[in-house]
Each structure stands twice: as C-alpha cells, then as structure tokens.
Design a protein around this ligand. Structure first.
Ligand code: NAD
Length: 473
C-alpha cells in the first residue's frame, strides 16, 4: 500500500520528511542549546568545504536529468512516466544529536532520498562525507534506479548519507553517529522497504552497527528476520562472500569484455586509479591479477606515481592502516595535473563525481575510462573524451556489481542461506557480462554512447512495468 500511495506524485525537498514514523518512540533527547542549528561545521570541514567550492557549484542532479531526457526521447518514454522518474518519491532529512568524545554535543544532518520503488524496495548506499548534499544524493538515488532496472535486479533506487568529515572522528564517535542516524531514520528503512549499503566513507562495520540498531528497534520476536535491512555487512553478521570486492569485480568484468571487443590483450597493460578506497583498491588488485599494472594513484590527500607499478596489496594494507595513501614509501608524490597526464591504457575514476571536467579530459592520455565512481565525468569532460576517441564504460553499468552482490546478500539473508564465494563470483560474472553485451549491442545498433544505451535499457524496463501496472487508483 505504501508503495503505491505516492506513485506519480513528484515530491519537493523535505515534503515527505519523516514519511514513516519510527515504530518505537525515541527516548527523550538531552536538552541542548545547539539542537536547533541547521548544520554544525568543524574547522577541518570548513577548510575542505572552501577547497571544493567549484565542486559544490556542480549541479549533479541536473546532469542526471539531462541524460534521462536524452534517453527518454530515444526510447519514446511517455511524458507522464518521464515526469514521475524525474524526481525522487521521498526526500527525508533528519537532524540528530550526538555526544562527542569531549562531552560536547553536536547536531548532524542526515538524508535518505528514495527515488523509485516500482521494481522493488528502495536500495542504495549511505555516504558519510563533508560534501554530502541534497542535490548530489538526489542524483545518486536516481542512478540507483537506473542501475537496478538495467541489471534486472528487483530493487528500486535510493541514496543517503550524513554530512560529516569522518577523518576528524574517533571510532566511538563514528559508531554513535551511525547508530543515531539509523534511529532517526526509524522505519523509513526496512528489509522490504528501503535497504542501505556502503558508499563513500562507510564500510561493513558501519552496516553492522545499522543492522544492530535497527534490530533493537523492532519486536523481539521478529529481530532475526531484520538482518536484511542493510547489505555490505561483515561475513560474521550476515554479509555475503564477495561483496567487499563486488563493485571492483564488476568494473573488471566490464573491462575484460571491452578488451575482448577491442582485441586488446590486458596482460602487460597499465592503469591509473583515482580514489583508493573500496572500489579503487580492489580494482587495482583485480587488474593486477590480469597483469595490468597501476602506474599512478590518488586520493583526498594527494597523488603519487610508481614507474614500475604499485604493489596493490601493499598499498591497500598501508591505506587500511593509515587511512590514506599519504606517506606511502613505494611511490613518488606528483601533482593532480601530473596524475591526469600520466600515459596509461585505462583510467579508473573511483572517488567522487565531477572529477573529469574539460581540463582533466584534456590531460588524459588513455584508451578507456571505466567509471568505478558514480558520475565522475562532467558532460563537458565526457564530450571531450569522446572527441579524443577515449572509450567510456559508464557508471550505471560499470559499478553495478556492488548492488548486484548486495542483492545476493539480501536473498541469502531472507532465505537463511550462505553461498560460497565461487557461487557469488559465478553469478556476478554472468550478470555483468550479460549486461555489458546488452548495453554494447544497443549502443552499436542505435549509434549512441554506452551511457545513453544503459539509460535507454533501464528506461525500457521501467516504462514497461509502469505501463503494465498503471497508475493507482
Ligand atoms: P571509499 O570511501 O571506500 O573510497 C573513496 C576514495 O575516494 C578514498 O580513497 C578517498 O580518499 C578518495 N577521495 C575522496 N575525495 C577525493 C578527492 N576530492 N579527490 C581524490 N580522491 C578523493 O568509497 P568507495 O565505496 O570506494 O566509493 C568510491 C566511488 O564508487 C563513489 O563514487 C561511490 O559512489 C562509487 N560506488 C561505490 C560502490 C560500493 O560498493 N562501495 C558501489 C557503486 C559505486
């Protein structure tokens, strides 16, 4: 019932705030003078905010809507369906207080954007980052709808997050923020309603904190049936084998298909990787297994190169221990411009959106950009890459391995099963390669870029489902 209630109604910011009330009444909040504040920004967050002013001006959601318009006209999507898909169904914004280690109290702002649940429960990651904004999350939630529709996964699209600089937090503070955010969301999430997962700044441990908090908010009798409220958990707490590397594994399956099509032997080839977190580090590791060496890497602390190629295992271990690539002895520091100018065969953007604008596209000297990150290329950047003959495997296809294995995790939780890694890998490989073939075929047939092809296939699926279901009442 709740799924059809708002179907067809385009929501406005904050309109559906608190759309579903928490099942259990929240304990009374301690009185605090800062609670009414919209957002509290620490000095390091402020510095980071100022440093990324140009990124903040980038209208990511508008860019995604532009792609929607282009694909909608190609597949002849009826105007009313296009209108329904142009806006998220629910935009939930919460403010919640957390006691910091020094005893002070801070109020944080959290979001959950539920774009569409036509094909199944809302699904998408949670981003914990100082740049988190409503506009970006609307774009990212929308992309989740396309991804699931493209991959034939019975999920809709969502995204959420907390505006916070995780680098400035202790583990205990991060845990309290994660748990209070989960509590604030109440039953706006749920195993059959909206299922979060990791994204930038969140990880398997945080997913377990979310699961545990959610479980403690529901009836005793139903507790264990609630594991599937979140995916990307640790193995001991109901996670799936292969989920941690899944997004990267999907990127690498797409690269191998692209290489086959282009008669390129991957052994002995080179890559550069921006972002060395979950997606970037696992992609470098998996490419390494295919004989592709990583010549340059970068993250929020800077960039470095290694002429003979990085050892991705050692660098990953270093990042796990130190939180970034900064200070890694196996590489030489370079500038951002030098990173983007490094000659290589493949570029893996695996950080944030809007990283390849015209100036970076001008510098890039690669054959292929495989988008591990969501929205890494601006439209200007993409146009320039196309002009230079650089191929792009678009985000909606390339990084959909994550949500695919999240779906496997959800199915295992619901059935109380545990699949082995072989089973997960086998299913993922088949699904990714099939999706790559469908997108590539559509792109060639209609003479459109792969991004447009991926959007078209997703929209065809959604359009057909809307057409068959009709609009309630
Ligand atoms: P992560 O937090 O594990 O890693 C993010 C990396 O980006 C870190 O190395 C960080 O230092 C770097 N970074 C942050 N700001 C940067 C900047 N301004 N310049 C350069 N590097 C910067 O996050 P992740 O899960 O690896 O996600 C990376 C990208 O992949 C995001 O766009 C995310 O939406 C996308 N993605 C992730 C998954 C997943 O399963 N984790 C699935 C699909 C898509």
């Amino acid at each position: 019932m709740r799924q059809t209630n708002s179907m067809g109604i385009t929501s406005e910011p904050g309109k559906d705030k608190g759309a579903r009330a928490p099942k259990r009444k929240a304990p009374p909040e301690p009185p605090t003078p800062v609670e009414a504040m919209d957002e509290v920004i620490s000095p390091p967050e402020q510095a980071a905010k100022e440093a990324s002013v140009s990124e903040a001006e980038y209208e990511f959601f508008k860019v995604i809507q532009g792609y929607l318009d282009e694909a909608a006209s190609i597949v002849g999507l009826p105007a009313h369906i296009r209108e329904m898909l142009a806006q998220p169904k629910n935009e939930i914004i919460v403010h919640f207080p957390v006691t910091m280690d020094d005893g002070t109290l801070r109020v944080f702002k959290g979001y959950r954007i539920q774009h569409n649940n036509l094909l199944g429960p809302y699904k998408g990651g949670l981003r914990f980052h100082h740049t988190v904004s409503l506009d970006d999350l609307k774009a990212l939630a929308t992309m989740m709808t396309w991804k699931c529709a493209l991959m034939n996964i019975p999920f809709g699209g969502a995204k959420g997050g907390v505006k916070v600089d995780t680098n400035a937090l202790s583990r205990a503070e991060l845990m309290r923020i994660t748990r209070r955010f989960t509590h604030a969301l109440g039953n706006n999430i749920g195993p059959n309603y909206d299922i979060p997962a990791p994204d930038v700044g969140s990880n398997a441990q945080m997913m377990v904190w979310i699961m545990d908090t959610y479980m403690n908010q529901v009836d005793h009798a139903n507790k264990n049936a609630q594991r599937a409220v979140v995916t990307g958990k640790t193995l001991t707490c109901g996670g799936s084998p292969g989920r941690e590397k899944a997004t990267a594994q999907g990127v690498v399956h797409c690269i191998t298909e692209w290489a086959k099509d282009n008669r390129l032997e991957l052994e002995g080839k080179t890559a550069i990787v921006q972002g060395f977190g979950n997606v970037g580090s696992f992609t470098a590791l998996l490419l390494g297994k295919l004989g592709v060496s990583t010549l340059a890497v970068g993250d929020h602390t800077g960039y470095m190169k290694s002429t003979e190629g990085f050892n991705p295992h050692k660098l990953s271990e270093y990042v796990k221990q130190h939180g970034s690539i900064q200070g890694y002895a196996g590489g030489t520091p370079i500038t951002r411009e030098e990173f983007f100018s490094t000659k290589a065969d493949i570029f893996i953007p695996a950080a944030l959106e809007n990283q390849v604008r015209a100036q970076e596209a001008e510098l890039l000297d690669v054959k292929l950009v495989a988008e591990g990150a969501n929205g890494p290329c601006s439209p200007e950047g993409e146009a320039l890459l196309q002009k230079k003959g650089i191929a792009i495997i678009p985000d909606v296809l390339a990084n959909s391995g994550g949500v695919t294995v999240s779906y496997y995790e959800w199915v295992q939780n619901l059935r109380s099963e545990t699949w082995d890694l072989e089973e997960v890998d086998r299913r993922l490989e088949r699904t990714m390669k099939d999706a790559y073939r469908r997108v590539s075929f559509f792109a060639q047939e209609k003479r459109v870029p792969m991004r447009v092809a991926a959007y078209c296939l997703a929209l065809q699926n959604l359009g057909k489902a809307y057409d068959e279901r009709g609009i309630f009442p």
